[in-house]
Design a protein around this ligand. Sequence first.
Ligand code: MG
Length: 296
Amino acid sequence: MIEHDPRFRRAILPNTRLERLHTGGRWFEGPAYFPAGRYLVWSDIPNDRILRWDETDASVSTFRHPAGHTNGHTRDREGRLVSCEHHHRRVTRTEPDGAITILASHWQGHRLNSPNDVVVASDGAIWFTDPAYGIDTDYEGERAPSEIGACHVYRLDPAGHLDAVATDFTRPNGLAFSPDESLLYIVDTGATHVESGPRHIRRFRVDGGRLAGGEVFATCQAGLFDGIRVDTEGRLWASAADGIHLYDPDATLLGRIPVPEVVANLAFGGPRHNRLFICATTSLYSVYVNARGAGR
Ligand code: MG
């Protein structure tokens, strides 16, 4: 643990350590915890599979393969799995009986690029980012041109209408709401494609189904931010090349949790929602913290 500000101590636990729960993947992403079954699912994107870690016995199994090169996942308010699929260029929901429902695949008649990460608001709206990483190569999806020609952030309203809510991103990526959903944080990883491009988190005000503002909240000090989560205190836990970076809502970098591999995403889990699950390149890690994830 690396402290940058004394407030960091209130968010972590002094006597915990990072545990490696599983390894052997190529690029782990998209963790989502399901309290009803006490398991975590996550993506191994290049290997085109969703894995499942069982909290009751620490076993790991294949949840789905092939999986459409899924990336980000989340759990909706009804406890269902919502997934971003690179290969099929869509956002889907897995129903209680296992059927897969397509939620969004096109915008204004054009196929989406490759949805990356997703959150569900308390009104049931589904917000997701659509960079082009899954169509850039055959490694994380299938190489193809962008039909939209840009990378937007979208909101799918509960009636099924899809709106582009932010159209000035280079490569929108991870996203997370503040606890009261009045703010939405969105990562831009544009530096992967544009020299000196964005490597930051922007903060928007949420007004109904629309976004306002969008100033830069934090710029990454180690590689790129990717997935992000917010705790009940409004602090922001961000993945980065050297581990997890913790920010106060006032944008102070409070501290870092070092992880030995490049981190792509994280999720709160466990029955008390106080355990971080961390997808880091080839491995899944976890650490208990003195914080609870928002949006339970
Ligand atoms: Mg991502």
